[in-house]
Unconditional design. Sequence first.
Length: 213
Amino acid sequence: MGEDGYTIFVPCNVMQTELINAKDDVIVEFDDGRSITQAQRRKAYVLLKFIAEGLGYTPLEVTKELTKYMFIGTGYSVKDDMFSLSDCSRTEARLYITFLIEFCLINAIPCGEPLWKLAEDIPRYVWGCLMNKRCAVCGKKPQLHHVDSVGQGRNRKEICHIGMRCLPLCDHHHREIHNIGRDTFLEKYHLEPVEIDELISKIYRLGKRRKKG
């Protein structure tokens, strides 16, 4: 522990070249020690039911155990061994729910409930929708909505979009945010915009990307 915080050593078996090419961002999660809530447990089982049905009506218990192993294998789990939805920590539950939501987005799992209502980490959920081109409200094919105004008379193909905030929204919800206003829309659906970075700019074929200096 230093004057400005903690120094954390993480053993890593990957090649040095892989570390050099890896993202600079590192997420550190601390287990707060509190047990999973009833609301979190419900969210997890709702998502597991959607996934079980989406995988061809796989038995729920099989789906649960399979996704747990997959979740632990991603390295996002607080623990490196199996956990139970009856008494795991709130932190573990939140991360597992986030993993299940991303699984649904990546694999186009049909969900009978809006995923934003089940999300525990809204910015990461919106990011997942952006990466998988899903409307953050309903899951349909989206357009990229600029939450920060581009400005009247400016050519979207020529300006640098990096750093502007955005949301992936289908035609219907794109019209809605213009009709009811940004703040009302964000409050209604409990969404948080994500800043456009190089990856988002490339995926959505935005104008000029930021030059590296």
